[in-house]
Design a protein around this ligand. Structure first.
Ligand code: HEC
Length: 138
C-alpha cells in the first residue's frame, strides 16, 4: 500500500511539473523576432548611432509625418529591394567614416537573406520604435 501511495504522489508531482512548464511556454513575441532578425542590419545600422548608414532613429525621424501603413510599404520595399540615392546628401553631411563616395553608397537588397514574412517582422519592429518607450527597451 505504502509504495502505491508513494507512486501516486510521484505521478501527481510529475503532472504538476509538466503543466507548469506548459504554462511557461508562451508564443514567441513577433516584435522580439523582428528585433532578432534586425541584428543582421547591424553592419550598417544601429538604433541610435550613425555607423556607415543613418541610424534607425534618424530614418524614423525623416518619415515622422508618414502614417504607419504607408511607411510600412516604403520600408518593406527599401529593405527587400535595397535603396539608393535617398540618403546621399545626409550621408555626405553626417557620416565621418566613409567607405566610398557618398553618391556611391547604397543599401543592398536584403531579399537574398530574408523572405517576405521575415521582412514584415523587421518592419513591424522598426515601426515599434516610433513609440519612445519602446526605444529605451532596445
Ligand atoms: C551594407 C550596409 C547596409 C545593410 C547591411 C543594411 N542597410 Fe539599410 N541602408 C544602408 C544605406 C547606405 C542606406 C541609405 C540608402 C539610400 O541612400 O537610399 C540605408 C537605408 C535604409 C532605410 C531607409 C530607406 C528609405 O526608404 O529611406 C531603411 C528603413 C533601412 N536601411 C533598413 C535596413 C534594415 C532593416 C536592414 C537589415 C535587414 C538594413 N537596412 C541593412 C545600408 C545598409
Amino acid at each position: 500500500m505504502k509504495s502505491i501511495k508513494t507512486l501516486m504522489f510521484i505521478m501527481f508531482f510529475l503532472t504538476a511539473l509538466v503543466s507548469v512548464k506548459a504554462e511557461n511556454q508562451q508564443p514567441v513575441n513577433p516584435l522580439k523576432k523582428g528585433k532578432e532578425l534586425a541584428k543582421h542590419c547591424a553592419w550598417c545600422h544601429d538604433v541610435k548611432r550613425n555607423l556607415i548608414a543613418p541610424s534607425f532613429m534618424v530614418i524614423l525621424d525623416k518619415y515622422k509625418n508618414v502614417p504607419d501603413k504607408e511607411l510600412k510599404e516604403i520600408f518593406f520595399n527599401s529593405i527587400k529591394n535595397g535603396s539608393k540615392g535617398k540618403w546621399n546628401k545626409w550621408i555626405e553631411e553626417n557620416i565621418q567614416t566613409k567607405l566610398g563616395k557618398p553618391e556611391n553608397m547604397y543599401m543592398p537588397a536584403q531579399k537574398p537573406y530574408f523572405n517576405d514574412e521575415e521582412i514584415k517582422l523587421i518592419v513591424d519592429w522598426l515601426l515599434s520604435l516610433r513609440k519612445k518607450e519602446n526605444v529605451s527597451k532596445n
